[in-house]
Design a protein around this ligand. Structure first.
Ligand code: NAI
Length: 478
């Protein structure tokens, strides 16, 4: 295969390699996958296109997939989330050098334009001189969406019209599809037909998959990795508990203690974010639309209110909803001077950035990369992190290795399931069986010195569960 790639600077590879080495120790689940499957190589023949934040942790995932036999091409799933030293180290590979890279083709750098972002996704989906990818590993569903949209236009013989797009980003996607339809008319149909399945990392991507399946449009089976308990109840919660304040601190270094922090959404991500802000001494106010989550927030001791009611008292605002227009341009106009506004949900439309840019008289002052001050005509300003894109990856380095080891061990198991047992997965959206979820947790206990109590045969019979698990019914909620 031609070794094409595009990253910021291969000279950063040595630094990346050192951090990968440290991360491997903190990722016992992934290292156990290498141990268990390194010889049998169940992913031999797999050509995996990955679209997931190109971080140090993702580098360990990529090299695990390679150790299990896969060929891989990779992009980031966000324009700001790439760690350039991680991308360089993956391209160079453990045995290559900057002059003779011998790793995995990566198309990602921190600070892509939207055009560059979608160009990268296209490059990773095309396998020069090969049949094309046969697996997708997605985060947020952009790669999956591109294959589906492209196929849809090719089937309909329709030419996309970028001027009809409802966002700047979708206009870029439509322009890309217009070009590929002209240059390679059956590109996306061919790629789509070659895909055995996709494993999806996050809540928003999973939501898109269920919608497509409901509409009868899903082209291949999918495993919803997000809803493994060892993913969403750990990465979304404890990961964000760590990386939210890391992002706020690196961006602003403002003292969080004593401030009023408004967290929009009290799902898994919102729970972790609220806890971390409270841990720093902030007074946290939650907004919710779901009465169950609102009640949980209240019982956890948070004030629950609406954006309209608290917009004038918040010092820090964080959206965690996966929804759109949660903070509007009018909200931002009504905020205190130098209020901090950030999003940790997957897409940037939680905060109406488009509306803010269009607001008459608003002036943008760039403070440093991924930190902007917006000045309103009355003189007050707000500080927006990562242009409304997920701030924990834009302003900091995302979740730490140990929690990502849980998420990514689920990813590896899901890739093996779909690739090896393709016939057992007709097109639908699946979650991994519970015994694998429990196995992922088990693989992370020793590192934390956890001593697990073993059920006796009598106790197991009394509860009606096998001694070796699974221990909970499918409807148990953790
Ligand atoms: P979730 O579904 O558990 O929580 C979202 C919550 O937001 C729900 O409780 C929902 O009722 C609430 N909500 C929806 N609209 C709202 C509104 N207008 N106002 C207030 N609350 C509203 O989803 P989860 O797992 O917490 O994920 C949230 C987002 O974060 C998703 O986009 C997901 O993909 C993303 N995510 C980001 C991560 C990161 O590292 N930045 C990590 C994991 C997930």
């Amino acid at each position: 295969m031609t070794f094409d790639y595009k990253v910021a600077d291969l000279g950063l590879a040595e630094f990346g390699r050192k951090e990968i080495r440290l991360a491997e120790h903190e990722m016992p689940g992934l290292m156990a996958m290498r141990e268990q499957y390194g010889d049998s190589k169940p992913l031999s023949g797999a050509r995996i296109m990955g679209s997931l934040h190109m971080t140090i942790q993702t580098a360990v995932l990529i090299e695990t997939l390679v150790a299990l036999g896969a060929q891989v091409r990779w992009v980031s799933c966000n324009i700001f989330s790439t760690q350039d030293h991680a991308a360089a180290a993956v391209v160079v590979g453990p045995d290559g050098s900057a002059d003779a890279p011998a790793g995995v083709p990566v198309f990602a750098w921190k600070g892509e334009t939207l055009e560059e972002y979608w160009w990268c996704t296209e490059q990773a989906l095309k396998w020069p001189g090969e049949e094309g990818p046969n697996m997708i590993l997605d985060d947020g569903g952009d790669a999956t969406m591109l294959v589906h949209k492209g196929t849809e236009f090719e089937k309909a013989g329709a030419v996309p019209d970028p001027s009809t797009a409802d966002s700047e980003e979708y206009a870029v996607v439509l322009s890309l599809l217009t070009r590929t339809l002209r240059e390679e008319p059956q590109l996306w149909t061919t790629i789509g037909q070659g895909i055995k399945g996709v494993t999806e990392e996050t809540t928003t991507g999973v939501h898109r998959l269920y919608e497509m399946h409901k509409a009868g449009a899903l082209l291949f089976p999918a495993i919803n990795v997000n809803d493994s308990v060892t993913k969403s109840k750990f990465d979304n919660k404890y990961g964000c508990r760590h990386s939210l304040i890391d992002g706020i601190n690196r961006a602003t270094d403002v003292l969080i203690g004593g401030k009023v922090a408004v967290v929009c959404g009290y799902g898994d991500v919102g729970k972790g974010c609220s806890e971390s802000l409270r841990g720093q001494g902030a007074r946290v106010i939650v907004t919710e639309i779901d009465p169950i989550c609102a009640l949980q927030a209240a019982m956890d001791g948070y004030q629950v209110s609406t954006m309209d009611d608290v917009v004038g008292i918040g010092d820090i605002f964080v959206t965690t909803t996966g929804n759109k227009d949660v903070i509007t341009a009018d909200h931002m106009a009504a905020m205190k001077h130098q209020a901090i506004v950030g999003n940790i949900g997957h897409f940037d439309n939680e905060i109406d950035m488009a509306g803010l840019y269009k607001t008459a008289g608003v002036e943008r002052v760039n403070i440093k990369p991924q930190v902007d001050e917006f000045r309103f005509p009355d003189g007050h300003t707000i500080i927006v992190l990562s242009e409304g894109r997920l701030l924990n990856l834009g302003n900091a380095t995302g979740h730490p290795s140990f929690v990502m080891s849980n998420s990514f061990t689920n990813q590896v198991l899901a890739q093996i399931e779909l690739f090896v047992k393709t016939a057992e997965y007709p097109t639908d959206v699946y979650v991994l069986p519970k015994h694998l979820d429990e196995m992922v947790a088990r693989l992370h206990l020793d590192a934390l010195g956890v001593k697990l109590t073993e059920l006796s045969k009598e106790q197991a019979a009394y509860l009606g569960v096998p001694v070796e698990g699974p221990y909970k019914s499918e409807h148990y909620r953790y």
